[in-house]
Design a protein around this ligand. Structure first.
Ligand code: IPD
Ligand code: CA
Ligand code: CA
Length: 264
């Protein structure tokens, strides 16, 4: 499969950072049994991966701006282009030795997401998408699943935890969605959740309280695989308010409706 120059740049950066994360993940698995635990090690793994991504992407496209989870905003001379980078999405999984984590890189041009790469180094699964060019898992074209009834569907979500998110709202949502679907999954990497929707592995996904670096690449991935993405109000403000609902056209509509229900 021929990839465009920009996707190649992103894939090479993701692969290099992925090798670093995969090495560190091996060590984290050993550290599970130590009293001290892998906490500090994971913080370093996260920073190392981000450093690689920052170096590789700035070398390939000097002057582009950045929004990086750890480093924050880096203003480049080129204000038209901005990289949105999460070097390790699924930190809690990584910390616990669960192989469900990813690197997420998106490129924005004049405020529009034009390219996205999500890579899970533990499974060697590479998801790529370019605006207007479709979405791919490794070399295979992705399409969102075709199921139309919530009762047949597996839906992903994120569940808030200690110190994070609106627990009351999340419980109401869970209660409403679980009553209508075949199953709910909580994998722990929002970027991969969206990639799974794009790949047709999950029929839909919703979560609140996310950050732009969790979402940007995945949003493009789902759209390029033929899916629909909005925030829970049905608007396009996902990067601003961190709320996301994704699926094929029918399921996206059904999920939005279910998520608007109140408790009871
Ligand atoms: C987290 C993951 C998780 C989501 C959290 C995010 P991190 O990102 O995407 O699935 O539920 O809200 O913060 O912290 O592992 O990069
Ligand atoms: Ca994240
Ligand atoms: Ca992260």
């Amino acid at each position: 499969m021929a990839r465009s120059a920009i996707i190649n740049v992103m894939v090479q950066a993701a692969m290099k950072a992925g090798r670093s994360l995969a090495r560190d993940f091996g060590e984290v698995q050993n550290l599970q049994v130590s009293l001290k635990g892998p906490g500090d090690y994971v913080t370093q793994a996260d920073r190392r991966a981000e450093e690689i991504l920052y170096t590789e992407l700035s070398r390939a496209r000097p002057g582009y701006s950045f929004l990086l989870e750890e480093r924050g905003v880096v203003e480049g001379e080129d204000a038209q282009h901005r990289w949105l980078v999460d070097p390790l999405d699924g930190t809690t999984n990584f910390l616990h030795g669960l192989p469900i984590f990813s690197i997420s890189i998106a490129l924005e041009r004049q405020g529009q997401i034009v390219a996205g790469v999500i890579y899970n180094p533990a499974m060697d699964e590479l998801y790529t998408a370019e605006r207007g060019g479709g979405a791919f898992l490794n070399d295979r074209r992705m399409r969102v699943a075709a199921r139309r009834e919530l009762s047949d569907c597996v839906i992903g979500t994120g569940i808030p935890h200690l110190g994070r998110g609106h627990h009351g709202r999340a419980l109401v949502d869970l209660r409403n969605v679980m009553a209508e679907v075949a199953g709910i999954r909580r994998f722990g990497s929002a970027a991969l959740d969206l990639a799974y929707v794009a790949a047709g592995r999950m029929d839909g996904f919703w979560e609140d309280g996310l950050e732009p670096w969790d979402l940007a690449a995945g949003i493009l991935m789902v759209r390029e695989a033929g899916g629909f993405v909005t925030d829970r109000a049905g608007k396009q403000n996902m990067l601003e308010n961190g709320s996301i609902v994704a699926g094929n056209e029918a399921l996206h509509r059904a999920l939005l409706k279910t998520l608007q229900k109140q408790a009871g």
